[in-house]
Design a protein around this ligand. Structure first.
Ligand SMILES: Nc1ncnc2c1ncn2[C@@H]1O[C@H](COP(=O)(O)OP(=O)(O)OP(=O)(O)O)[C@@H](O)[C@H]1O
Ligand SMILES: [Mg+2]
Length: 282
């Protein structure tokens, strides 16, 4: 089911109407179409998501928001090509996703996603070399380019254990962006950071997006983070995850935190999640 927008979108500027017009003529970059995902254990089948549909357009910051266990990570893994749908289809540029590929790169929550024996620069270069995307010289140049974008050019030759959690996540983001994927997939990338660092990383991610305009599919269970990071939010119901609503959040940014409209929308999303939980309990 595709929900109605929850927040009334702010008045359209001429640029945004042109943007909308352009989009109507353009096929979505990523299509998740009626996707059900199951886990099979010897005893039973666990349905993680049920007939979920959404479209992600180029340069969207699309957020999957929902309570723990609603299948957000599973959906991301399916888009990554690691789990095949039992129903429905995932298409990237119109082609069915059947396996992982360098056009979809995932940034995870854990800080230990960087091999510790490689320097920061070697970590960023590694997927470029392993996928034979670039030769050594070009890979080194591109690695430095993206390390500079995340403010870590000076740390290119240190090892991950010499970095803070936030810095390690920046390296993981640089490594992912260096591959110049069609879609960047992020699974709660800032959840393990302290509140201040988390805020700073959200700010940096938005600044980076402003500069690079990558397409982002971002998972979180924080309503506030979803509103700040996303321009569109898919709200998923509790286990098994179904589409509850699609929310237009492009009018919100870090600057709107604490504002009346922001609070009101956050509260309405909270109520919808809470309502679903009450229904599920009943
Ligand atoms: N390997 C697995 N085997 C069996 N069931 C699983 C497996 N991984 C996840 N599940 C189940 O699938 C459902 C969705 O899990 P998933 O990890 O996608 O949720 P999530 O929305 O990412 O949750 P969280 O916010 O806690 O990360 C859950 O009910 C979970 O119990
Ligand atoms: Mg998860």
């Amino acid at each position: 089911m595709r929900g109605e927008p929850l927040a009334s979108p702010p008045a359209l500027t001429p640029t945004l109407s042109r943007e909308r017009e352009r989009r109507q003529h353009e096929a979505p970059l990523l299509q998740v179409d009626g996707v059900s995902l199951d886990y099979r254990t010897p005893e039973r089948v666990v349905r993680a998501t049920h007939r979920v549909s959404f479209d992600v357009h180029a340069a969207d910051r699309f957020v999957l928001l929902g309570p723990s266990g609603c299948g957000k990570s599973t959906l991301l893994k399916a888009v990554g090509g690691f789990i095949p749908p039992v129903e429905g289809e995932i298409r990237l540029d119109g082609r069915r996703v059947t396996q992982p590929g360098p056009d979809r790169i995932v940034v995870f929550q854990e800080f230990d996603q960087l091999p510790p024996w490689k320097t920061v620069k070697q970590n960023v270069m590694f997927p470029l070399l392993a996928s034979r995307t670039l030769g050594r010289k070009e890979a080194a140049e591109r690695a430095l380019h993206y390390l500079d974008k995340v403010g870590l050019a000076k740390f290119a030759d240190v090892h991950p254990h010499q970095l803070s959690g936030g810095m390690k996540q920046r390296v993981a983001i640089a490594r992912a962006l260096a591959m110049q994927p069609r879609v960047l997939l992020m699974d709660e990338p800032f959840a393990a950071l302290d509140a201040l660092t988390r805020r700073k990383m959200q700010q940096e991610l938005l600044a980076l997006w402003d500069e690079v305009r990558f397409t982002l599919l971002f998972v979180t269970h924080s309503i506030e983070e979803a509103l700040v990071v996303g321009n569109r939010i898919a709200l998923l119901s509790p286990h098994p995850g179904r589409m509850r609503a699609e929310i237009n959040s492009h009018g919100f940014s870090l600057a709107s935190l604490g504002g009346a409209e922001f609070q009101r929308t956050a509260q309405r999303i909270h109520d919808m999640l809470f309502e679903e939980e009450a229904e599920a309990a009943a």
